[in-house]
Each structure stands twice: as C-alpha cells, then as structure tokens.
Design a protein around this ligand. Structure first.
Ligand SMILES: CC(C)[C@H](C(=O)O)[C@@H](O)C(=O)O
Ligand code: SF4
Length: 465
C-alpha cells in the first residue's frame, strides 16, 4: 500500500501501540522554552526522576526576553520564568541558549539555524508553532505541559495518528507575493479549522521552488489552519540548508542518502487532497480577529455573514466595504517565528531602503535570533531600518504575543508579520493586521497599507541589500 511522507516517518518511530489507538513514538528532538517548561521540570523533581536524554533536548529563552535592553526585565513573571529555566537547565543538564547567548532566539528560528532540525526526525516542543520544523521533512508538533513532562522523563510520546492531507501548490508566485501570502490565502479560502485532525504535506512545483525560510513560514501557520503538523518533502534545498550548520550530521553524505528516501509514494496515499494555484495570488491582509479573516490587498472588507464577523468588526473598529489602505495604522511589527528570518528582513529592507517611516508609525524590527541580528548588523541591513526611523531590537517573540513589555497599546492598530491576530494578542485592546514583511514595511513607509504589486518598480530599484 502506498504511504505518505508522514506515514513513513511515523512508522519508523512507533515503539508500541496499534494503529487507530494511541501509539508510543520515539522523540528525536525536544525543544524547550521558558513558558511551558516550569511545571514539567517540577514534575520530574517531585517524582525524583532525571531527564532521560539531555543530549536530545535543547532550551532557549524567547517569549519573555526583553528586546529593548537585555538587562531590563520589567515584568516579575517574565523574570521568574527566565530564572526558573536557567536553574532547571542547570539541574537537569540541558543545554540552554540564555539571554545574550549567541544561540539564543525564538525556538522555531534557532532549531533550524543550528542544524538541530533535520529531515526524518520526530520533533516536539511545548509550543503550537512547532509545525515550523516540518518544513525540513520532519514530523514536528506542539505538545501540552503534561506531555512535555512525559517526553522529558521518557523521550517518547503517546499520540493517535492523524489523517493526512496533501496540499498540491502549483503556479508561479507573482512578483511581490510571498510564502506568507500563500498560507494566508489558503487559510482565508478554507478556514481556520480545515486542517483539524490532519497532518498536512505541501508539495508541487511552487513548493519545490521555495527556499527553506519560505517553507518554514508556510508550515509555521498550519496550526492557524487547525493542523498540528505541516511538512515538506526534503530535497536538495533542504540538504543545502542543513549542511555546514553547527549541529548538522557529521557525515552529511550518509545523511543525505537516508533523507533522500523520505517521500510520499503518490498523491493517492493522502486521505484528502487539495489543489491550490498561486498564479493569481495577491498580497494578503487580515481585517478581523482570526487569520482566516483576510482579504487580498485590492479587495474590500467583506459583508457581515455571521456573529463572528460582527464581533470581529466591533473589536477591530472597521466596517464592511473598506479598502486595505483605509485601515488605520499606528505600529508596524516585523518579527515572530513566522517572519523574522534574515530573508524576511531583506524583503522589508528592500522596501525601506532610503525612505523614512510615516509620521504616524512606530516600528519595531525584532530579528528571530542573535545570529540573524548579528548578520544584519554586520552587512548594513540593520542600518537601513535605523535610517528609516525603526527601532532595531534584540531577538525574541516580542510583540507577537506581548508577554514582555513589547505591547501594542490598547486601541492601536499594528501591521504585523506574525501569525495570530486574536483579540488582545499583541497587548490588551490591541488590533492586529497580519501581512508579509514587504507589505508591513511598505505600510510603515506609507502610513497605511498599500498594494505593493503597484510599487513594484520602486521596490526593485531599491534592491541591492
Ligand atoms: C506560549 C506558547 C505556549 C504559545 C503557543 O503554544 O503557541 C505561544 O508561542 C503562541 O504563539 O501563542
Ligand atoms: S514568535 Fe509568536 S508564535 Fe512564535 S513561538 Fe513566539 S509567541 Fe509563539
């Protein structure tokens, strides 16, 4: 019987249990951050257990870290969570990339960056955006706090195998549209729960032509479609990305041989198949309070078709029939595990080079990791943002969820490259509009959203960063 990439990796990791029942899977990599780990570590302590495989566990600090000034953690809870992770990692022998460390950053950015994220692995983390790592052809999913403790104690996890969904993406991405627009358009079309109960695999010519950062952006937002897992078959692009990284396999040739075997046999192997053509894709913007409430930049905000729409309009303060450029903006945020990689910053910088923010805009540029930050400071990218009037921050989750002091004030609108526009997500009373880094950068310059397909020439002319 033909099998999918997901089936193949799953079957390689099953230790116990029958199909259709919970099955015990071996975990190859457990990523840890300060928010969801205090209780599990305490659980180990209480039951007098050690952490079974510290060598397969990696911790970083991201949600709470200050991005303005490394020393100034103002929030007591943030300080406590960070200090607790520090102590727990010491006590249990776990490698930690602490604040200021060269490997520190958003867990879903640094895993791949260090080469820890590899094809064929089962990767878990107490964080819903763990699907990001599936871009490498890994089974990667977020787990709950009690599951985190189980993995710490046993390096295994019980899971019921989900069904599989293939999303075949075809067509050439039009100029000034990005992986972010692709996944936003998919969620806008099929809704925020079409992936529930499924492990998604993206494939097709469009996906094959995407870089690893672009594939990560797409897999990252699978959770916003209801799926815990998104993945892409590993190929030469994947191998080239992993090769040479600090934690890449010593014998890359051997690894490539094994990884090349990871594939879906044929389309018929999926339980559900969706085809999505991107030839007419437009830059996307959200108008409401979930990622599915999105429109193409040249569309108008939609009519109210249910109570959710009404509630979203009430909260956001918009109404049907508005153009994207009529959405008021006060802040722009370029960051998060969706779009804070070096390549995302390049796209934003292309737009901002030689220009200045509009007077109504405050801009926070928050690189996903220290490595990205250092690289951007070395090659002049950071300077482009500074010259444009943006704040250039330290790496972390920042205003993506506003756990630290990076909060969008109540009533203010933010154009954001992150993944969630929920009520209060970026701070109590804040109003979020998701878009690609290029769209957010252009909004910062104009003071409102603009159709970047129409300023194409300007953007091209500003290249060379
Ligand atoms: C804090 C953490 C548990 C949470 C998640 O699981 O996703 C956060 O990262 C988020 O993006 O909302
Ligand atoms: S950047 Fe945002 S989405 Fe990603 S892990 Fe941090 S809080 Fe969650």
């Amino acid at each position: 019987m033909s099998q999918t990439l997901f089936d193949q990796i799953w079957n390689q990791h099953v230790i116990a249990g029958e199909p259709g029942q919970p099955q015990l899977l071996y975990v190859d990599l457990h990523l840890v951050h300060e928010v969801t780990s205090p209780q599990p570590f305490d659980g180990l302590r209480t039951s007098n257990r050690r952490l079974r495989r510290p060598d397969l566990t990696f911790a970083t600090m991201d949600h709470n870290v200050p991005t303005k000034n490394l020393e100034s953690v103002q929030d007591e809870m943030s300080r406590l969570q960070m200090a607790t992770l520090e102590k727990n990692c010491q006590d249990f022998g776990v490698e930690l990339a602490s604040v200021g460390d060269e490997n520190q950053g958003i867990v879903h950015v640094v895993g791949p960056e260090l080469g820890l994220t590899q094809p064929g692995k089962v990767i878990v983390c107490g964080d819903s955006h763990t699907a990001t790592h599936g871009a490498f052809g890994a089974i990667a999913f977020g787990i709950g706090t009690s599951e985190v403790e189980h993995v710490m104690a046993t390096q295994t996890i019980w899971q019921v195998k989900p069904k599989t969904m293939g999303i075949k993406v075809t067509g050439h991405l039009p100029a000034n549209t990005y992986a972010k627009d692709l996944i936003m358009a998919l969620i806008a079309k099929y809704g925020v729960s079409f992936g529930t109960g499924y492990a998604i695999e993206f494939f097709g010519e469009t996906i094959e032509n995407l870089s690893m950062p672009e594939r990560m952006t797409i897999c990252n937002m699978c959770i916003e479609a209801g799926s815990k897992t998104g993945m892409v078959q590993p190929d030469q692009t994947t191998f080239d990305y992993v090769a040479g990284r600090k934690r890449a396999p010593k014998d890359m040739e051997k690894a490539k041989e094994v990884w090349s075997q990871l594939k879906t046999d044929d389309e018929a192997a999926f339980d559900r198949l969706i085809e999505f053509d991107v030839s007419d894709l437009k830059p996307m913007v959200t108008w409401g309070t979930n990622p599915g409430m999105a429109m193409a930049v040249d569309e108008k905000t939609p009519a109210i078709s249910n109570s959710d729409d009404q509630a979203a309009y009430d909260y956001i303060g918009l109404h049907p029939g508005m153009a994207a450029e009529e959405i008021p903006l006060d802040y722009i945020f370029i960051g998060s595990c969706t779009n804070s990689r070096y390549e995302d910053l390049v796209e934003a910088a292309k737009i901002m080079k030689g220009k200045h923010l509009a007077a109504n805009i405050t801009a926070w540029i928050v690189p996903g990791s220290r490595a990205i930050r250092n690289r951007a400071m070395k090659d002049g990218l950071a300077q482009i943002f500074l010259d444009a009037g943006c704040q250039w921050r330290e790496p972390g989750c920042s205003a993506c969820l506003a756990m630290n002091e990076d909060k969008i004030p109540a009533g203010k609108h933010a154009a954001s490259t992150s993944n969630r526009n929920f009520v209060g997500r970026q701070g109590k009373g804040s109003k979020t509009h998701l878009a690609s880094p290029a769209m957010v950068a252009a909004a910062g310059i104009a003071g409102h959203f603009v159709d970047i397909t129409k300023i194409h020439d300007t953007a091209e002319a500003a290249m060379g960063v």
